[in-house]
Design a protein around this ligand. Structure first.
Ligand code: TYM
Length: 377
């Protein structure tokens, strides 16, 4: 359980405690997404994504610079990714759905890195077999979201290392051990593979520029846990003659339990995209809510949507703005009970999974088409 006293930890490998996003902006040195910047983004995109309206995406670096470039006619590429240690949960889908919106609205190419190397190095008990199996399975989830096959390239680290390696080497040469220790908390016991790995995650930010031989702006949409990687990537960029990649950061979709982000390590509170829909439905029905001990009390006093995982799901992923405002009002005023709310979400999740799993099946035929191939350049 997460309490206010519990210390906040946000690293690429661990997210725990009560997350204070304002504090993260200060600690990580990022910028809040201001109303002016959102208006500009909406104008350039043609419409504002609900995740922007609701500040699910809440922070950035250099998005103003990126939009200036775009408004001057310079297109940008998108870059995001996945560490394939197991099945994808629907929390992971939040930044990917947003990336799809960016691809559609800005007609942008996407590089999607699947870090089978990172996951092999990080998990003591993994042979190379686990991450390669999940790399394929997780790629199907990405493809199932409807990304454009002509504009999307999946980079599987161990397969595409020939293209990544020379960029990663140039990055690595400019990152000292003391910086890496300070940014990632590496210790004497850390294996040396992990010490080099951040250079591999930095590489796709420069890939398009390296391949086409001129600077191309890059935008990285991801949750804020990945930020340490971008700090070193941005430090190194000017030394290599590249633009610094811009970032846009999202909050964490919570788990279905009390507090904490959705995490594969707590499977009973995470909805996986490969869960049988009936199993996912059961998980929703046992979710933690902000309800009162009795129905009478709830009718009289209302419930608390701000601690409710069911409300959070609707807020992050499903309901449109009018629906969410209505739900909030009904919850606070005691007009809707938790059982009813859970039922609505359970139906929605079931429907989503049935559809997504059908698309995942179809994605198997498209997998090869999405894979990065240096010969295309
Ligand atoms: P990974 O596999 O831990 O996470 C994949 C993406 O999902 C985001 N994320 C979440 N977003 C919302 N709610 C959650 N509960 C949640 N949990 C995870 C992560 O921020 C990430 O965007 N090292 C990376 C793989 C990677 C990558 C990248 C990610 C390589 N290059 C570029 C983003 C951008 C990793 O292990 O992600």
């Amino acid at each position: 359980m997460s309490t206010n006293n519990e210390q906040m930890v946000v690293t690429p490998w661990e997210v725990s405690g009560k997350i204070d996003y304002e504090k993260l902006i200060k600690e990580f040195g990022t910028q809040p997404l201001t109303p002016e910047l959102l208006e500009r983004l909406g104008r350039d995109a043609g419409e504002l994504h609900p995740q922007l309206e609701r500040r699910v995406f809440f922070s950035h670096r250099d998005v103003d610079w990126l939009l200036q470039k775009y408004e001057n006619g310079e297109k940008f590429v998108l870059y995001t990714g996945r560490g394939p240690s197991g099945p994808v949960h629907i929390g992971h889908l939040a930044p990917w759905l947003f990336t799809k919106y960016l691809q559609d609205k800005f007609d942008a190419k996407l590089y999607f890195q699947i870090t089978d190397d990172e996951r092999f190095l990080y998990h003591d008990d993994f042979s190379m077999k686990e991450p390669s199996k999940w790399a394929y399975e997780n790629a199907l989830d990405l493809i199932a979201l409807g990304f454009d096959p002509k504009k999307t390239r999946i980079i599987l680290d161990t397969k595409s290392i020939d293209v990544l390696y020379s960029i990663a080497l140039s990055v690595a040469k400019h990152v000292t051990f003391s910086t890496a220790k300070a940014v990632f908390g590496f210790q004497d016991s850390t294996n040396i593979g992990l010490l080099f790995y951040p250079a591999i995650q930095a590489a796709p930010a420069f890939l398009e520029s390296a391949l086409v031989g001129r600077n191309v702006p890059c935008l990285i949409p991801a949750a804020i846990d990945q930020d340490p990687y971008w700090r070193i990537t941005r430090d190194v960029a000017p030394k290599l003659g590249y633009y610094k990649p811009a970032q846009i950061h999202c909050r964490f979709v919570p788990g279905l339990g009390r507090g904490g982000k959705m995490s594969a390590s707590l499977p009973e509170t995470a909805i996986f995209t490969i869960d049988p829909p009936s199993v996912a439905k059961k998980k929703v029905m046992s979710a933690f809510t902000g309800g009162r001990p009795t129905i009478e009390e709830q009718k009289q006093l209302g419930a608390n949507p701000d601690v409710c995982s069911v409300y959070a799901y609707e807020y992050f992923l499903f309901m449109n703005t009018k629906e969410i405002e209505e739900l909030r009002y009904n919850c606070l005023s005691g007009k809707i009970m938790c059982g009813e709310c859970k039922n609505i979400l359970a139906e929605r999740v079931e429907k989503f999974l049935i559809q997504h799993q059908e698309r995942r099946e179809k994605a198997k035929d498209k997998y090869q088409e999405f894979l990065f191939n240096a010969k295309d350049y």
